[in-house]
Ligand binder design. Structure first.
Ligand code: NDP
Length: 315
């Protein structure tokens, strides 16, 4: 079958479309893959220093949606897919049944992959903020790394839920305004002044896709009782902070993982992604489509932080 394959060599990792790749993973359900998508982690799975791929050769692709041999429309993402088990960048995938999510009513396979791990993570961030008491009338919420997959979907979901969304981005702000951001600030402004233990209280909540100095700046700028959902590390993994915002402003730092969510919670989250957490600009504004042949370029772009919105891969 046709597959995009990453394989370790003495010099690094080769990435190429193969016409005759044989599926050797175990897993009780064979899925005819219709769509996959491009995430930052997929880029990492195809480079030597990415420390994501656990097998070689590997079919990357942490997201997939398609049809089982019984005719059921399903999606799957995370767990070991595209990491230590072949993922979505192939015409077929073998997936353990306990990882499958029925495609929710109202979402096509393409729309589900336009959401993908990125949109799912954005939804989990919004759910975490709301569980921590963040509401639209509490004041502005900040989304960092806003032009990326997680960030743009978070802007879209939050704006649709009535939040005043401020986006932080290193890219053109016009598109983020179209998604519903009321203001767009620079990456530098979001990261603030690292020499200060606390800064002006600005954000009732935040979705942080960047980590590092940016997340530290967000923590220093949360309003009293505010919360930040931390899900990403494109700006680094170190967090330099003091306890002062926590003990003087009662703020919360909420960790969000999409990979190991227990399956029941995952299925419930997907049902909400098709209804009250649905990103309204999913189809046109956020998503572009490529085939397996377009992956080489898209994976390089995501690693450079240059992809805008979501990229779906049609099999
Ligand atoms: P994208 O590459 O699509 O988006 C990342 C964005 O981060 C970029 O578009 C850019 O936005 C910003 N960025 C890139 N490099 C830097 C930098 N050096 N400093 C500051 N900002 C930077 O990735 P995804 O949206 O797919 O993923 C975002 C992050 O979330 C990644 O770290 C990813 O690994 C993580 N993630 C975590 C998950 C989890 O389970 N916790 C699940 C999914 C993703 P801009 O130009 O607008 O500033």
């Amino acid at each position: 079958m046709r597959a995009f394959v990453a394989e370790k060599t003495d010099d690094g990792v080769t990435r190429a479309v193969r016409e005759d790749f044989e599926l050797d993973s175990d897993g009780d359900v064979v899925v005819d893959v219709e769509f996959s998508s491009v995430n930052y982690k997929d880029g990492l799975a195809t480079i030597a220093k990415g420390q994501v791929a656990r097998i070689s050769p590997l079919v990357p692709g942490i997201d997939l949606a398609g049809v089982t041999s019984d005719g059921a429309a399903v999606l799957a993402h995370g767990y070991d897919l595209g990491v230590s088990r072949h993922g979505g960048y192939a015409e077929q995938a073998r997936v353990p049944s306990e990882w499958l999510v029925p495609l929710p009513d109202g979402l096509s396979a393409r729309q589900a992959m336009a959401i993908g791990t990125a949109g799912y993570t954005a939804a989990r961030c919004v759910m975490a903020l709301e569980a921590a008491g963040v509401t639209p009338d509490g004041g502005p919420v900040l989304v960092t790394g806003a032009s990326g997959g997680v960030g743009s979907t978070a802007v879209d979901i939050l704006a649709a839920r009535g939040y005043e969304v401020v986006a932080s981005s290193g890219k053109d702000p016009a598109w983020l305004r179209e998604l519903g951001a009321s203001d767009v600030i620079s990456r530098e402004e979001a990261a603030g002044d690292a020499s200060r233990p606390m800064e002006k209280s600005r954000w009732a909540g935040a979705v942080d896709c960047v980590g590092g100095a940016t997340l530290a700046g967000v923590v220093r700028s949360l309003k009293y009782g505010g919360a930040v959902a931390a899900c990403g590390n494109t700006g680094g993994i170190k967090l330099e902070a003091t306890v002062l915002p926590f003990i003087l402003r009662d703020v919360s730092l909420l960790g969000v993982d999409s990979v190991q969510t227990p399956i029941e919670a995952r299925r419930e989250t997907w049902a909400r992604l098709a209804t009250d957490l649905r990103p309204p600009h999913l189809d046109e504004a956020i998503t572009r489509e490529i085939g397996l042949d377009g992956l080489e370029e898209a994976l390089s772009a995501v690693l450079r932080g240059e992809l805008q919105g979501r990229t779906v891969v049609k099999l």
